[in-house]
Design a protein around this ligand. Structure first.
Ligand code: FAD
Ligand code: UDP
Length: 372
C-alpha cells in the first residue's frame, strides 16, 4: 500500500492550481492523477499540423475581474490581449451578442430603434445589463415587444438546443450570463482582465505542475487505484456523485459533441464565435486561429452539438443549474463533510457552472483554509 501526503484527482485548472500552491508554499509532496491521457481537463489545447492552437473541448476565453486570479495565472504565461466578440445569425444577419443597442439598431428600422433605445435607457439606465427574464417583466408594451423579440430570436431556441429546456425552467443565472446590454460595447465580456495564454492553456497548466514536489500520473482513474493508496489529504475534482458510487442518485449534466472541420481557406467566418440560435442543430461555430492570430492557409472550426449526458457515452460538460439538482448535490455535500481530509472542488466536485477564473479562485480559497 502506497502512502502519499496529498493526492489530487483531476489535472484541470482546479487540481493544478491546488497542486502548485501546496508544492510551492507548503513544500509538500503532491501526486496528481487524471483519467485522461493529457493534463488540462476541459481547457486542454494543442497545436495541430497547421500550427493552429485547437481547444479540444470547445473555445475557451479567459476573463476575470479577480486580480488575485489574474496575477496567479500570469506567473505562468504572457497573454494575447484578445477581447471576445460574438455574433449571432438572426433573420439572416450577423448581430452582436449579447444583444445590445447596436443589435437593436441593426435589426429594427431607425424610428423604432430610437424609441426602444430611449425607453431602455430611461427605464434601466445606460451601460446596464438586464437579464432577458427581467426584461420580460417591465409591464411597458414597447419593452415587452422588444423582450419578446429577443427572447424568441436569441434565447428560446438556443436554450432549447443547449439544455433541452426553456429559459424559464433553468436557474435565471444561466441565461443571465448573456444579459441584454444597454450599451454600444460589442464585447462578450466586460471583465477588467481578458486574454488567451500566448502558448495556450496546456502550457500554463504544464508550468503549474512543473515542480519537484509534484508527480503527475495520466490515464489513471481514481477508482482503479483507490484501494492501493492512502493519503493525508485527498482533493477530488471529479464528479461528486461518482465518488459516492451514485448512492443518492445521479447528478444530471449536459454534454456536447464537437465536429472539428478543417477548411482549405484562410478563414471560415468573420470572428472566433458565431452563434446559431434558430438555425441548424448546432448552437455555435468556433474558429480557433483567431485566438492567437495563428498564421495558416487553412483554418479549423468546431460545430457544437448539445447532447444529454450519458455515462460511458460522452463527457460531463455542464452541471444543470436547477433547484432540484442543487438539493441532490447538497445531500452529497453532507456526506462529503463527514469524510475527514477529503475535499471536493472544481466544476464537477462542486457541481457549479464555474468559468476558469471561478474554478481557480475556489482552489486558491481552499488552499488558504489548509494553511490554517
Ligand atoms: P475539469 O477541467 O473538468 O477537470 C477535471 C479533471 O478531472 C478532468 O481532466 C477529468 O479527466 C479528471 N477526472 C474526473 N474524474 C476523475 C477520476 N475519477 N479519476 C481521475 N481523473 C478524473 N471557462 C471560461 O472561463 N471561459 C470560457 O470561454 C469557457 N468555455 C467553455 C466552453 C465549454 C464547451 C465548456 C464545457 C467549458 C468552458 N469553460 C470556460 C469552463 C472551463 O472549462 C471550466 O471552468 C474548467 O475546465 C474547470 O476546471 P476543473 O479543473 O474544475 O474541471
Ligand atoms: N444563450 C442563448 N443564446 C445565445 C447565447 C447564450 O440563449 O446566443 C443562453 C443559453 O441558455 C446559454 C446561456 O445563455 O446556455 C449561457 O451562455 P454562455 O455563452 O455563457 O454559455 P457557455 O459559453 O458556458 O456554453
Amino acid at each position: 500500500m502506497k502512502h502519499v501526503k496529498n493526492l489530487i484527482v483531476g489535472a484541470g485548472f482546479s487540481g493544478a492550481t491546488l497542486a502548485n500552491k501546496i508544492a510551492t508554499e507548503l513544500n509538500e509532496e503532491v501526486v496528481i492523477i487524471d483519467a485522461k491521457n493529457h493534463i488540462g481537463g476541459n481547457c486542454y489545447d494543442y497545436y495541430d499540423h497547421n500550427g493552429i492552437c485547437i481547444h479540444q473541448y470547445g473555445t475557451h476565453i479567459f476573463h476575470t475581474n479577480l486580480k488575485n486570479v489574474w496575477d496567479f495565472v500570469s506567473q505562468f504565461t504572457k497573454w494575447n490581449p484578445y477581447m471576445h466578440a460574438v455574433k449571432g445569425l438572426i433573420d439572416g444577419q450577423l448581430v452582436p451578442i449579447p444583444f445590445n443597442l447596436n443589435s437593436i439598431h441593426q435589426v429594427f428600422p431607425k424610428s423604432i430603434a430610437d424609441k426602444l433605445e430611449t425607453k431602455l435607457i430611461d427605464t434601466f439606465g445606460f451601460n446596464v445589463k438586464v437579464p432577458i427574464l427581467k426584461l420580460r417583466g417591465t409591464g411597458d408594451k414597447d419593452l415587452e415587444f422588444l423582450a419578446d423579440y429577443i427572447y424568441e430570436k436569441i434565447f428560446l431556441h438556443y436554450t432549447l438546443k443547449q439544455w433541452g429546456m426553456k429559459p424559464e425552467d433553468l436557474d435565471p443565472a444561466v441565461t443571465g450570463r448573456v444579459p441584454v446590454y444597454i450599451s454600444r460595447d460589442d464585447r462578450y465580456f466586460q471583465d477588467k482582465y481578458q486574454g488567451i495564454p500566448l502558448q495556450g492553456y496546456t502550457k500554463v497548466i504544464e508550468k503549474m505542475l512543473n515542480h519537484p514536489n509534484i508527480k503527475v500520473h495520466l490515464d489513471t482513474k481514481f477508482e482503479t487505484i483507490k484501494n492501493d493508496i492512502t493519503y493525508d489529504r485527498l482533493f477530488y475534482t471529479g464528479p461528486i456523485d461518482e465518488f459516492f458510487d451514485y448512492e443518492l442518485g445521479e447528478l444530471p449534466y449536459r454534454s456536447l459533441k464537437f465536429d472539428f472541420v478543417e477548411f482549405d481557406k484562410p478563414y471560415f467566418q468573420s470572428g472566433a464565435c458565431i452563434n446559431y440560435p434558430n438555425n441548424y442543430d448546432f448552437t455555435r461555430i468556433g474558429e480557433y486561429k483567431y485566438f492567437l492570430d495563428d498564421k495558416s492557409d487553412k483554418t479549423v472550426v468546431s460545430f457544437e452539438y448539445p447532447q444529454s449526458f450519458k455515462r460511458w457515452e460522452n463527457e460531463r460538460y455542464y452541471p444543470i443549474v436547477k433547484d432540484e439538482n442543487g438539493e441532490l448535490y447538497a445531500k452529497y455535500l453532507e456526506k462529503a463533510k463527514a469524510l475527514p481530509n477529503v475535499y471536493f472542488l472544481g466544476r464537477l466536485g462542486d457541481y457549479k457552472y464555474y468559468d476558469m477564473d471561478k474554478a481557480i479562485n475556489r482552489a486558491l480559497e481552499l488552499f488558504e483554509t489548509l494553511k490554517g
